[in-house]
Each structure stands twice: as C-alpha cells, then as structure tokens.
Design a protein around this ligand. Structure first.
Ligand code: UDP
Length: 368
C-alpha cells in the first residue's frame, strides 16, 4: 500500500496553502489524512476554502480555538498526539507559523515521524512577534524545510539548517495562478459597486494591530483621511476588538470604507487583481499583491518579504499618516502596475517540487 501522508492545518491561509499540495499528493496515489485543529471555524473562514479549492473535507476536526497561546497550543498537543498515534502516518506536513503548526511540530517530532514544514524560513528578527517564535522553533525541529523565497532559504543557511532547507517556491503562488483563471471579477466588482483599479483592498487582523487602542486608532485616523473607496473584508478578531474598545461606531462612520464579511478565496483573488493597491497587515495578501502586480502599503513593522521591499512592491506604513497619504496619492496618480515581475516565489509549481523532494528524501529511501 502507498504511504500515508498527514497534513495538519488550522487557519484560513493554511487551507489555501494546503490546496495544491493536497491535489499533488492525491494525484500520485498516496493516502492523505487531513487534520483540522479548529483554530478558524466560521463557514467563511474555513469550509468555504475546502469547497472552492476542491480539498477533501478534514478526516478529523479538533474544534480547538480561542484561549491564550499556551491554552490553545497545549489543548491541541494533547488531542493531536492521540490522533497521530491512531493514524500512524509516514510523513506529516505542516504550514506557516500558527499555534496549530507549533503544536503539531512538537507532537510529531516526539513521536519520531518525519516532519515537513512548508513556508519555512521567513524571519522578522522580532521575537515579540508570536508568529516568529513559532516559526523559529518549528524550523529547528522539522526534517524538510520548504522555503517560499530565496531569502528564507538564505536565513536557514545562516542558522546552520542548509542540509534540511529546500527552495521550493511558494504554494500560495501555485494556488493564485490556478485560481485566477476561474474567477468572474466583473460580477464581483459590480456586487460591491467598485471600479476596476479605483479602490484600495484592505485587510486588518494581526495581533499587533488589534490588541491596543493606540494601534487601532492610528489605522482609523488614516482611513478617515483616505479619499478613495476602500473595501475591507473584516476579520472576526478585528471586529471583536473594535466593538470591545468602543471604536466600531467611529469606523462605521467612515464614508469611503466598505466593511464586508470575510470572503471566499475566489472573491478575494478577484478583489486583489482589480484593486489599485492593498492596505494590509497580512503576510499572505502582501505577497498576493505582488502576484497581481499591485502595490502594498504594509501595516506592520515586520520585514517578512525582503524581495518585495527591495524591489519597491511593499512599503511600510509610517507613524506619520501624512507620509502614508502621500504614498497612496502617488499610487493612484501614477500607473504603478507592472506585468513584468521576477520569479521571487518560484514558477507556480511549488507543490510538485515539494512532493518530489519528499519522495526523494523520505519515501524512496524506504525510511518509512
Ligand atoms: N483571504 C480570503 N478572504 C478574506 C481575506 C483574506 O480568502 O476575506 C485570503 C487572502 O487572499 C490570503 C489569505 O486569506 O490568501 C491570508 O490570510 P490571513 O490574512 O488570514 O493570514 P496571514 O496572511 O496574515 O497569515
């Protein structure tokens, strides 16, 4: 019987990254087990991605979300250990930098099953950032580290992890180019009364931007001064924070801002491909902006994607909103879009290269 590959995921970007890898694993006839930690659970933060992207529904959902970092990670570890011992997979794949990723890595490593980390290697150099802590630990203990870009590969080399590092390219780019063809952008823009290249697409959800009133007000003050339409599929965490801090009414009064519920992946790709620029604190959307050839004003002081910064695709939001507004005006007044883009994130075949590498390193050697 073919080997069993387990994939452990828990939040929205991980479902998206899972799609091309899952397809490739099934195409090659491996047995695939998908475990969902439950970190994201709303219909439009979870199920919609499995349906749209044709991913098999999870074999098991742990329904674990909320609580402190320690509570969430600990509860996941307890349940994941039982599940991994029942299924006894030959390989386990994990993605990114969440508590699900950390919990899975600690459990799988101690059971002594080869662990593959997809989206390994990005470093912000800031250990106050919870995702950075998760990523560094997971990279230390995974057997195969698949990096989305060359700087991440370089980071791993510098940390003495060269033997385990592999530049695969970004599975998010795979799914982006595969999905773009399937999207009816025209009707989506009509639904929201948006004009092609006439609006900003915004997302806002990072802990750094939702846990303090000061950080939230800084963003709100910028939004109040922007004079072009902004569409923002609002993350549940941000909505809760705005309500809790008594800022919800103030945000609702911003006339150019269209707050909508989180959207599915196809809708998001249509909104990204047709906006003038993005305003976001999402590591995923900042890359997708580049895939779509649009500029990103990045609302967090973390340097995750150096290639995008160095080549002028990503600008960091400044303390002084006048500078941020100048940047936005400049993007709207000049034709900043470019169809010529270097292959920083590979060629759209990262999932295929990753499964090749898994076969070469683990399965063909008969280690499993
Ligand atoms: N996304 C989506 N619908 C939305 C907002 C985001 O499909 O309403 C997608 C987005 O295109 C990207 C991913 O979700 O692929 C990013 O997820 P998120 O911002 O939650 O996490 P991060 O990128 O910060 O890890």
């Amino acid at each position: 019987m073919k080997n069993c590959i387990m994939q452990i995921v828990g939040n929205r970007p991980q479902f998206i990254k899972l799609a091309p890898v899952s397809k490739e694993i099934r195409r090659r006839g491996y047995q695939e087990i998908i475990i969902h930690s439950g970190q994201h659970f709303d219909e439009n933060m979870s199920n919609i991605f499995f349906e749209e992207l044709g991913i098999p529904f999870p074999d098991k959902n742990l329904h674990i979300s909320g609580g402190s970092h320690a509570e969430m990670t600990a509860r996941m570890m307890i349940d994941l250990e039982k599940i991994v011992l029942i299924y006894k997979p030959d390989i386990v794949i994990i993605y990114g930098d969440t508590n699900t990723t950390l919990a899975a890595a600690l459990v799988v490593k101690k059971i002594n099953i080869p662990l593959v980390h997809i989206e390994a290697g990005p470093r912000t150099g800031n250990q106050q950032n919870p995702e950075e802590i998760n990523r560094v630990i997971v990279d230390r203990i995974s057997e195969l580290l698949c990096t989305p870009d060359r700087s991440s590969y370089h980071n791993l080399m510098q940390e003495g992890l060269k033997e385990r590092a592999f530049f695969s390219g970004d599975v998010m780019y795979d799914v982006f180019i595969q999905s773009r063809k399937r999207v009816d952008a025209h009707s989506i823009l009509m639904d929201y009364s948006l004009e092609k290249k006439g609006y900003i697409l915004m997302t806002w959800h990072r802990q750094e931007n939702t846990s303090s009133r000061e950080a939230m007000v800084h963003i709100i003050e910028l939004l109040e001064q922007i004079d072009v339409p902004i569409v923002c599929p609002l993350h549940p965490r941000t909505k809760n924070a705005l309500l809790k801090l008594g800022l919800w009414e103030r945000v609702e009064l911003i006339s150019n801002l269209k707050l909508i519920a989180p959207v599915g992946y196809f809708e998001m790709i249509a909104l990204t491909s047709n906006c003038r620029m993005t305003l976001t604190d999402s590591g995923g959307l900042s890359k997708e902006s580049f895939f779509a050839g649009v500029m990103c004003l990045f609302m967090i002081d973390l340097h995750v994607w150096p290639e995008l910064e160095d080549n002028g695709w990503l600008f960091h939001m400044k303390e002084n909103n006048t500078v941020n507004l100048d940047f936005i005006r400049n993007v709207f007044n000049n034709d900043t879009q470019s169809n010529v883009r270097p292959d920083f994130y590979g060629k759209g075949n990262a999932a295929e290269l990753i499964v090749n590498e898994i076969e070469k390193r683990f399965l063909m050697k008969g280690c499993c």
